[in-house]
Design a protein. Structure first.
Length: 471
RNA sequence: GCCCCGUUCGUCUAGCGGCCCAGGACGCCAGGUUCUCAUCCUGGUAACACGGGUUCAAAUCCCGUACGGGGUGCCA
């Protein structure tokens, strides 16, 4: 029975960022790899910014991705008593104190200190207040926050599984607030208390939290615990150009990838590869294979740039590896959203099997076969494909020949008009796109012989004649 | 400003002192297969940030510089 316990603890203040998903994934992978427990904890101590909608969305995204958790979700907003009690104990032990400075006062003094070349941060004004002084301020109507007293000297050091020893001078970390003046606990406190009480043994999170670890560790000690969980700070995911990954680089929320037709398994696969790789160098991996291969020790320490192209390639690989029946049901919602009324299932299944080899997203598959479920007179002809068609010298002859052929030929699964094109003295390969454009609406798509067959004689002729007439 | 972390092809990476004048993958380019395109196959392009050490030997260890990222909040 494994004692290993990990948690994913997002703040519900917006959509789930792709970087957060990677964090969730690594926690989940390690938990599953070692047979540990994966806990979901919602860090909603900032009541003003947290929303129920976001809490719901986090869960639905994780379900969709298949990142199932074993415990939770625990809401920190429901555990304020525990945090406040812990804060009380630290105050009683002298590790923290009531601070009556307002946020603005602290900021102004900090900025002034920086201007004068001194260290910024809290100046410790309320550190040694007597009981009488505190009473006086309370009488003035000032609300108190609780500030944790950080050591004045020495270093804080912890061992990071990915980076080795991480160390910082205590003098650069000033006393920090653990309970706001409105009585609500702050992240550092809630995080320390929960990791302690929930028996978290491994903390995997983004590198942006590396500095906060010193504070959390100090709080643990103030709470009487000397043991340290295993920490591993993962490199951040950057956008193209090395800047922070943001909207302008494309989709940053999982929902957007879902809507664009990416598979959960491909997204997981790609995200896993961003900062980690299996020992044998394989790159296309199922979730089960990821679990089997995942090694925390092999996670990289340098940030990775998100590359949408590689994700697309991987998605194509996953699509191709999928059993047809599964793919059919995965594409169905996309088809319904596009042409629900004309959809016919047997033809749809056949078309999916043809599209499987030639698409990188589910949306693309649905788009590629749209011509099958569009009324003949509604077929839209792609502009550049039409241009290409017009540039073919004998396009009219080709269309006439194919029309003649389709009118007469015996109907099979493959309507192959190459022979009549060849009789024109034209190389079929050179003008194939003319038929594609006429029948499918664009020069590239599902194999045309099967497409014509599926469409039927009448529809095919209608489209070919329409193109011929338009020339 | 101060503190912390990082730096191998355009991108993701292999490499943890000799097997590396650096391997794989995506992308890109060229050729082949094929019903155009795509898939698939073959080949090609391209990197150890810089400067000092340590060592018989460094992409790998140490120091410095440069660059990038993060933190410096009564956000998480």
């Amino acid at each position: 029975m494994s004692q290993v316990r990990l948690r994913f603890s997002p703040a519900p203040t917006g959509f789930l960022h792709i970087g957060s998903v990677r964090t969730a994934l690594y926690n989940w992978l390690h938990a599953r790899h070692v047979g540990g427990t994966f806990v979901l904890r919602i860090e909603d101590t900032d009541v003003a910014r947290s929303t129920q909608e976001s809490v719901d969305q986090i869960q639905s995204v994780m379900h969709w991705l298949g990142l199932e958790w074993d415990e939770g979700p625990y809401l920190q907003s429901a555990r304020f008593d525990a945090y406040l009690g812990a804060a009380r104990r630290i105050v009683d032990a002298g590790g923290a104190y009531e601070c009556f400075c307002t946020e603005t006062e602290v900021r102004e003094r900090s900025e002034a200190a920086m201007r004068e070349g001194r260290a910024p941060g809290y100046d410790g004004r309320c550190r040694e207040l007597t009981a009488a002084e505190r009473a006086e301020r309370t009488a003035e109507g000032r609300a108190a926050s609780i500030r944790f007293r950080t050591p004045d000297e020495g270093r804080s050091t912890f061992t990071d599984l990915i980076r080795g020893e991480v160390s910082v001078e205590w003098s650069t970390i000033s006393d920090f607030v653990i309970v706001r003046s409105n009585g609500t606990p702050v992240f550092f406190l809630a995080n320390a208390v929960d990791d302690l009480e929930m028996g978290i043994t491994h903390v995997l999170r983004g590198e942006d939290l590396i500095d906060s670890t010193h504070r959390v560790l100090a709080l643990r000690r103030a709470l009487g615990r000397d043991d340290t969980p295993v920490y591993a700070h993962m490199p951040l995911i950057l956008g193209p150009g090395g800047a922070k990954l943001s909207k302008r680089h494309g989709a940053v929320s999982v929902e957007e990838y879902r809507e664009a037709g990416f598979l959960p398994s491909a997204l997981l696969n790609y995200l896993a590869l961003l900062g980690w790789g299996p020992e044998d160098g394989r790159e296309v991996l199922t979730p089960a294979e990821l679990i089997a291969e995942f090694e925390l020790e092999r996670v990289n320490s340098s940030p990775a740039t998100f590359d949408a192209r590689k994700l697309e390639w991987l998605n194509g690989e996953h699509i191709r590896a999928m059993p047809l029946a599964e793919l059919v049901s995965a594409v169905l919602p996309f088809a319904r959203a596009r042409y629900a009324t004309r959809l016919d299932i047997p033809r749809f299944e056949k078309a999916v099997s043809l599209a499987q080899l030639r698409a990188t997203t589910l949306a693309q598959i649905a788009d590629q076969m749209a011509f099958l479920f569009t009324a003949d007179h509604d077929l839209e002809i792609d502009a550049s494909s039409w241009e290409k068609l017009e540039s073919v010298e004998r396009a009219a002859d080709v269309l006439d020949a194919v029309i003649g052929f389709v009118e007469e030929c015996p109907w099979t699964d493959e309507i192959d008009p190459r022979a009549v094109i060849e009789m024109l003295g034209v190389k079929p390969g050179k003008v194939m796109h003319v038929i594609y454009t006429a029948v499918e609406g664009r020069s590239q798509g599902l194999p045309i012989f099967a497409a014509i067959s599926m469409l039927g004689r009448e529809s095919s002729l209608y489209r070919l004649r329409a193109a011929r007439a338009r020339l």
